[in-house]
Design a protein around this ligand. Structure first.
Ligand code: UGA
Length: 442
């Protein structure tokens, strides 16, 4: 059985390491951050991901999984080395590959003393062309390394399921032998029906970014249509149902909201746009979807202003949900952060609540008051704005909330609440892409 090494104990690396160990492979996860390693050795996680803590604890306890910082020892004792280090992208779309480059430099050093073959599998998202460069550099180490691009398609909040029941496995390499070795590792624990795709390094790198860009385009598309629905007396949910019944279209990634966030969709779209500028290829659709996504947050604030603005009184807005989506503690590029910033700039008093992100968000907004639960949030608010669709928000007691709000008004940016019922019990309800018919009932 091949031994695995995963470099990088982040959201992708830890999931991969835990799942390989769970599948029975002896796995070492390497990270240079000692604090993170101590947290893991104590059986805790440096971030929130459902189910991962138990998986890591179990495999650390039975010895299938180890975590430490010694790359050279891990490379010597492993057959397949997965790279899952951070590759952040700046506002211009330029990727910071310094961590990846550092690991590759170390691998070249270590490789000079290796006698036999190792497969280096890159899971970090990189601009197209990076793999070719890394592969050539790794080639300087006695020819012992075979570099493969094997992008990950995990969604935060459902990473373990996405890793163990993936829609597909993409393997970029020109070597049949290396492809077989890696595919065979996966085939021992993935469902038999999992499609495998062999392609070039460039194609694998593009597939990762193009998939995210396409999802971003779908979301921006439906957000714009939702904005139109509000103006023409339509309900976007019906429109999505109607177009989704066309099997060529379907309904996934067509839920309107305050715009997509997280570290992946926005980042990959900026990165592919940077490549397009470099190669002088027009990617105007991706550009437009990115711009529409920025505008969508501003439109939420415009709506809030039209509902709650009153020059005589300073209105209090309660933000329900801060994470960029439920089941994660990730605040990167979260729409709620932009919305709060803009509201403060407009002179509103802002309160906020998130089931897991309060402590991190507090550091970003010292002037915002953070509530201990949704009812504490609703106290004295003029408008509640549901930004993240945490399941528990769909189960709130709105009769209780109506009594403690200053004025019973809700803006549901994710359409998870029952607007009709809220109107019946005295709320003014606004959805996303739902025209104002409900409001007229109140
Ligand atoms: C995304 C991709 O879905 C994964 O396949 C990919 O592996 C990952 O990026 C990555 O590159 O690592 P993730 O960022 O975890 O995963 O989140 P998604 O579930 O895709 O949601 C992204 C954003 O789109 C969220 O802010 C979400 O609220 C928003 N969204 C999603 C909508 O506004 N409407 C939708 O219909 C779907």
């Amino acid at each position: 059985m091949p031994k695995c090494c995963v470099v990088g104990a982040g959201r992708v690396g830890l999931v991969a390491a835990a799942c390989f160990a769970e599948a029975g492979y002896a796995t070492i996860c390497i990270d240079s951050n000692q604090e993170k390693l101590l947290t893991l050795q104590d059986g805790l996680l440096p971030f929130y991901e459902p189910g991962l803590q138990e998986l890591i604890r179990r495999n650390l306890n039975c010895g299938k999984l180890q975590v430490n910082s010694c790359l050279s020892e891990a490379v010597r004792t492993s057959d397949i080395i997965f790279l899952a280090v951070g590759t952040p992208v700046n506002q211009q779309g330029e990727a910071d590959l310094s961590d990846l480059n550092h690991v590759v430099d170390e691998l070249v050093q270590i490789g000079r003393e290796l006698q036999d073959k190792r497969i280096i599998v890159n899971k970090s998202t990189v601009p197209v062309g990076t793999g070719d460069n890394l592969s050539r550099r790794l080639g300087k180490a006695n020819g012992c390394y075979h570099y493969v691009s094997n992008p990950e398609f995990l969604r935060e909040g459902s990473s373990i399921r996405d890793f163990t029941v993936p829609d597909r496995v993409v393997i970029g390499t020109d070597s049949n032998r290396t492809y077989e070795d890696l595919a065979n590792l996966y085939k021992t624990f993935l469902p038999e029906t999992t499609p495998f795709l062999k392609c070039s390094l460039e194609e694998a790198e593009l597939i990762k970014q193009v998939a995210n860009a396409f999802l971003g385009i779908r979301i921006s598309f439906i957000n714009e249509i939702a904005n139109l629905c509000e103006q023409v007396g339509a309900d976007v949910r019906k429109v999505v149902q109607g177009i989704g019944l066309d099997r060529r279209i379907g309904t996934s990634y067509l839920k309107p909201g305050p715009g997509f966030g997280g570290s992946c969709l926005p980042k990959d779209m900026r990165s592919i746009l940077a490549t397009s500028r470099l190669k002088r290829v027009d990617l105007s659709l991706i550009e437009a979807a990115t711009r529409a996504n920025e505008l969508q947050r501003q439109l939420v604030v415009k709506k809030i202003k039209s509902v709650a603005n009153d020059s005589q009184l300073q209105k209090t807005i309660g933000i329900l949900g801060l994470a960029y989506k439920p089941e994660t503690d990730d605040l990167r590029e979260a729409p709620a952060l932009d919305i709060i910033r803009l509201l403060i700039r407009e002179g509103f008093k802002v309160k906020a609540y998130d089931p897991v992100c309060n402590p991190e968000a507090q550091k970003l907004f010292p002037g915002v008051s953070f509530a201990s639960d949704p009812y504490d949030l609703a106290k004295d608010c003029d408008l509640l704005v549901l930004v993240t669709e945490w399941k528990e928000f769909g189960e709130l007691d709105f009769l209780r909330i109506r009594k403690i709000m200053r004025s019973p008004q809700v803006l549901d940016c994710r359409n998870i609440l029952d607007g009709d019922r809220l109107c019946q019990i005295g709320f003014t309800y606004f959805g996303a892409g739902i025209s104002s018919t409900c409001v007229e009932h109140s």
